[in-house]
Design a protein around this ligand. Structure first.
Ligand SMILES: NC(=O)c1ccc[n+]([C@@H]2O[C@H](COP(=O)([O-])OP(=O)(O)OC[C@H]3O[C@@H](n4cnc5c(N)ncnc54)[C@H](O)[C@@H]3O)[C@@H](O)[C@H]2O)c1
Length: 365
């Protein structure tokens, strides 16, 4: 039995109405045959997952898709290290071998790595096939499955090869979080509080109040946190699908965070962990400029710490190391590093005039 708790809509610009889509949040959605039929009728499916998630959840999706339909399953190796063109080619080979046409629907069952790769495979397959997102990590549920950014890594950099390709729909089954390791859950929480910091003070305070329930993985509280996060992401993406301006505020904590991931070596810190430390650095700079209050930074740090998330930069990184790493980030525009600060709690501001001294002071804490 499935329960649909919330349905939101990502309403893209008027010219892109046909690419607007719903986000359904609930319990038991992966086993909900009617939901799949509503979205894709009897169309053939290329179901993509990985070796960790497939044994947990692929059966119920396969059953929900029904026996009458053609379903090809592609199981990828697990990990960011496999988010590359070579692994992507396995998806194409499987789809072509099974003679899928453009009307087939690609379905991503997994975290952000599977979602980004499946979306990109769909964007390229026969010049563009449809896809559905079934995100199974908190991070993918509140962030990567919504917004249409898809892609793979290249040895020259993370997410360097990709496309904007919006899914037909996103089904967020909160039951999948039961099996998610604590560290991965916490990494998703970092992205959740980010939305409060940049866009919604009431949501920030709600999360602070809800901390104990979140730590206990209370399903109703998690579903609400996901819904509010997706609503904010959907609102931002609706206004700026291709990151011409506003969408960049979603990178709060990410400029410093990407530098941490880059210097420590991908995989040493989870993305959400690097974002947590990055948000604290950006929040400290904002406070040192007098834009937010020191106790607001302290509240953020305290919240992150209760999820065992890092709140300071690794000891091998000073301002110089940060600046060198950030200069090679793909978000650098015309050689200028763009940072997201908080002009007040709940409101982000994009700046490019942060001095090395400001970074030094914030990194030292
Ligand atoms: N497209 C976007 O807008 C966007 C935004 C943010 C991040 N990303 C990308 O997302 C990726 C990170 O996503 P992620 O944090 O979900 O990592 P991930 O996909 O690597 O998943 C983390 C780990 O959890 C496992 N897992 C997934 N669901 C599980 C479950 N329910 N139970 C048990 N284990 C489970 C995975 O197999 C993996 O080992 C990065 O590649 C990043 O670049 C994309």
């Amino acid at each position: 039995m499935s329960t649909r708790i919330h349905t939101l809509h990502v309403n893209l610009a008027a010219t892109a109405r046909d690419r607007s889509y719903p986000i359904v949040i609930g319990q038991g959605l992966l086993a909900d045959s009617a939901l799949f039929t509503d979205f894709i009728g009897d169309r053939p499916v290329v179901l993509v997952s990985n070796e960790t998630v497939a044994p947990l959840y692929a059966d119920r999706v396969r059953m929900a898709l029904g026996e009458a339909r053609q379903v090809s399953e592609v199981i990828l190796p697990d990990g960011e290290a496999f988010k590359n063109l070579e692994t992507l080619n396995h998806i194409f080979t499987a789809a072509l071998t099974d003679r899928h046409e453009r009307r087939s629907v690609f379905i991503a069952l997994g975290g952000g790595v599977v979602g980004d790769m499946t979306g990109f495979a769909a964007a390229c397959y026969m010049r563009g096939a449809d896809f559905l997102q079934l995100p199974t990590t908190l991070l993918a549920q509140v962030d990567s499955s919504v917004g249409g950014k898809t892609g793979v890594n290249h040895s020259a950099g993370k997410n360097m090869i990709g496309a904007f390709h919006q899914p037909l729909g996103v089904f967020i089954d909160v039951d999948t979080l039961h099996s998610l390791p604590e560290r991965e859950f916490a990494a998703g929480v970092a992205e959740v509080i980010k939305y409060g910091c940049i866009y919604d003070t009431a949501f920030f305070h709600w999360l602070i109040e809800a901390r104990t329930k979140l730590l206990a993985r209370d399903q109703a509280v998690i579903a609400e946190a996901i819904e509010r996060s997706c609503a904010i992401k959907a609102e931002v993406v609706a206004q700026d699908e291709r990151e011409g301006g506003l969408r960049a505020i979603l990178n709060f904590g990410h400029t410093f965070g990407h530098a941490i991931e880059h210097v420590q070596g991908y995989g040493a810190w989870l993305h959400g962990e690097a974002v947590a430390a990055g948000m604290v650095i950006a929040a400290r700079i904002s406070a040192n400029r007098g834009w937010i209050l020191p106790n607001e930074v302290a509240t953020l740090e305290d919240f992150l710490t209760s999820f065992k998330l890092p709140v300071s930069a690794p000891s091998n990184m000073d301002a110089e190391v940060f600046l060198a790493a950030m200069s090679s980030d793909k978000k650098v525009s015309h050689g200028t590093i763009r940072y997201v600060l908080l002009s007040e709690l709940g409101k982000a501001s994009i700046v490019d005039d942060i001095s090395q001294d400001e970074i030094t002071i914030a990194v030292r804490g």
